[in-house]
Design a protein around this ligand. Structure first.
Ligand SMILES: C[S@@+](CC[C@H](N)C(=O)[O-])C[C@H]1O[C@@H](n2cnc3c(N)ncnc32)[C@H](O)[C@@H]1O
Length: 343
């Protein structure tokens, strides 16, 4: 088959290098394999741009029971079962739900006026809506948090991180998602498990623990587009609680105009706003950074009310608080759209 330049090949190569490397040798090898495979790239490029992501392909294959031990077996299986793989990729979204992101949100949440009404946009199964129900171990220190938590979230930090305790008091939890997943639905749970990378047994244990927390205290999860629904949820927050709209690994899925609309809306609403997204996804934030974005590793940028405060690692394992204040605001447009977001 003829070979041709493909943005998809670049995306798979970047995924291998920046995300899978050091985290999943299996995914690193498979995504490097896809990046150099014109036949698979050709099939992927027939999918809509938002459906070509490495995480979506790899999770779909595992969801269907395909082999991942070697690229040779993987590619043969994918080619033989492409219609089934394609159907799962079209039907499902990369909805990786990582409760460990609560460890990077916690210092901001703990510093806000309590109690809190939490509203997560792009909530998946809502596992980040329980920051007060988990335990935490920062920098290897003794864990603290909810005594009944089935999981402990480890996080390395640097810089002047505000104290993450006492834990926030959460009186209301609500979320919006295009496709809310249910912690009580076995098929949704199986998809969430397929999204956890193969070697990451700890993440699987954490996912199962967080799902049990969510099952025990279901949040209000609405189906809808975040721009169409966020006002309604903020208006529904109970009186006497501080409404906090937050999101992580979500806005990269939206086109630039929709991101700008969200920023305009959330700034007008009577709420605090916490964003945890790749740098450049949100209009104006990257321009205010007091330090350059670290090269060679995937990072997210944590911000409170549009003010950058820290770099975080995309799955919540690191929190690097800025020692310097951010620069003045900017009216810059959002960065390029990210058709293959970090999940
Ligand atoms: C990668 S997951 C992140 C889930 C969760 N925020 C976390 O940090 O674990 C992204 C979620 O955003 C949702 N999403 C994407 N675009 C959306 C939109 N326009 N409105 C609402 N939800 C959206 C997806 O369905 C998916 O569940």
């Amino acid at each position: 088959m003829r070979s041709r330049p493909s943005g998809t090949a670049d995306a798979y190569r970047r995924f291998a290098e920046l995300e899978a490397h050091g985290n999943s040798p299996t995914y690193e090898a498979l995504s490097n394999g896809v990046a150099a495979d014109p036949e698979l790239l050709e099939l992927l490029d027939l999918l809509p741009p938002g459906k070509r992501q490495p995480n979506l392909l790899l999770a779909a294959v595992r969801h269907l029971g395909g082999p991942t031990a070697s690229y040779r077996e993987f590619r043969a299986w994918v080619l033989a079962h492409w219609e089934r793989v394609r159907a799962v990729m079209l039907a499902r979204l990369t909805q990786t739900n990582e409760s460990a992101r609560c460890a990077v949100l916690l210092p901001l949440l703990a510093a806000l006026p309590q109690p809190l009404a939490l509203i997560e946009v792009g909530a998946s199964a809502g596992l980040c809506l329980y920051p007060d129900r988990y335990r935490y171990a920062y920098d290897g220190a003794e864990a603290f948090g909810h005594p009944d938590s089935p999981i402990t979230l480890p996080c390395r930090t640097s810089g002047p991180v505000p104290p993450p305790c006492p834990l926030p008091t959460v009186t209301w939890r609500a979320g919006i998602d295009l496709n809310p997943l249910s912690a009580s639905d076995p098929e949704d749970v199986r998809w969430l498990e397929s999204l956890v990378w193969p070697e990451q047994r700890e993440r699987l244990t954490r996912l199962r623990g967080a799902l049990s927390v969510a099952r025990g205290e279901p949040a209000l999860l609405l189906r809808g587009d975040l721009n169409a629904t966020v006002r309604r949820l903020v208006a529904q927050a109970p009186a006497g609680a501080t409404p906090v709209v937050f999101h992580s690994a979500v806005l990269a899925y939206l086109p630039g105009a929709a991101r700008q609309e969200f920023v305009r809306t959330v700034r007008e609403l009577p709420c605090h706003w916490i964003s945890n997204e790749a740098p450049g996804v949100l209009p104006g934030l990257k321009e205010r950074l007091p330090v350059p974005v670290p090269a060679g590793r995937g990072v997210f940028l944590l911000a409170l009310d549009g003010r950058p405060v820290a770099f975080t690692s995309p799955h919540g394992q690191r929190l690097d608080w800025f020692a310097r204040e951010p620069g003045p605001g900017s009216t810059a447009a959002p960065g390029p759209s990210h058709p293959m977001p970090v999940t």
